[in-house]
Design a protein around this ligand. Structure first.
Ligand SMILES: Cc1cc2nc3c(=O)[nH]c(=O)nc-3n(C[C@H](O)[C@H](O)[C@H](O)COP(=O)(O)OP(=O)(O)OC[C@H]3O[C@@H](n4cnc5c(N)ncnc54)[C@H](O)[C@@H]3O)c2cc1C
Length: 225
């Protein structure tokens, strides 16, 4: 494997976040994006995920992020040409403690305000949805019919594939061992990641991006113009 001599952006880690970042940067026109992954794409935490996708979260930020993500899953096949097995099978939280109920109701109010379809249902209604459930000790359940699941590996593969098609490079088997920050001639911090050395910083839209040069060892950082 040969690392490129330079890149505008280096993303460390080819999990779903790194591959999504690479895709979205490439989609916005950055042509020189490099993802370095020490193992294989999607082999980290992403590979351990159950695949649940829900908007039932407790903060406005999480809920808004989830709604944005759900919109992506809804058009995933069209945008990425790959079926991640996305199904809106719903998400059910079971409540057996009265103290927990108040917290759920508070969160439901926030979720509803942000447009999430979430309902408090009876134990009997919960069993109607999942017949194998024991509901004797339940006082209720919270049901989000728009929630669902998809395959984390497939989703990551979709992002990685499109990112590559748009010109991003994803290099597996590259373990980043150090990030060294030095000040260069232009007084901008210069950083070295393993053998990748940042040469300059420039603006891309609202984002600061950096150029990295491969091949220089950490001790060569000072020599980079
Ligand atoms: C469709 C989907 C469904 C999900 N469902 C659930 C769920 O039901 N429940 C849940 O809890 N979570 C779920 N998740 C979230 C999941 O559990 C993880 O939180 C998420 O995938 C983490 O992604 P990541 O890219 O941040 O991290 P990671 O997948 O861990 O990626 C980080 C990568 O960085 C690499 N790396 C680390 N250090 C270095 C280094 N020094 N040099 C080079 N590479 C390095 C690692 O090898 C790894 O591949 C889901 C995710 C998806 C995509």
């Amino acid at each position: 494997m040969t690392l490129p001599r330079s890149a505008d952006v280096v993303i460390i880690g080819g999990g779903v976040v790194g591959c999504s970042l690479a895709y979205h940067l490439a989609l916005r026109g950055l042509r020189d994006v490099l993802v370095v992954e020490r193992d294989a794409v999607g082999s980290g935490t992403t590979s351990k995920a159950a695949g649940g996708i829900r908007a039932q979260f407790s903060t406005e930020t999480e809920i808004r992020f989830s709604l944005e993500s759900i919109a992506v899953f809804e058009r995933f096949v069209e945008e990425f040409g790959l079926d991640p097995g996305y199904r809106k099978i719903g998400y059910l939280f079971l409540i057996s403690d009265r103290d927990d109920l108040a917290g759920f109701q508070e969160r439901m109010a926030l979720q509803r305000r942000l447009g999430v379809d979430v309902r408090l249902i009876s134990p009997e209604d919960a069993r109607a949805l999942v017949p194998a459930l024991h509901v004797d000790d339940l006082i209720g359940a919270v049901w989000g019919p728009q929630d669902g699941m998809a395959g984390p590996a497939e989703v990551t593969a979709g992002y990685a594939r499109r990112a590559r098609e748009l010109g991003a490079r994803i290099e597996e088997g590259v373990d980043v061992t150090a990030v060294v920050v030095e000040h260069g001639r232009d007084e901008q911090p210069a950083a070295a990641i393993g053998t990748l050395v940042r040469r300059d910083t420039r603006r891309f839209g609202d984002t600061h991006v950096s150029t990295f040069t491969a091949g220089a060892a950490e001790e060569d950082v000072d020599a980079v113009p």
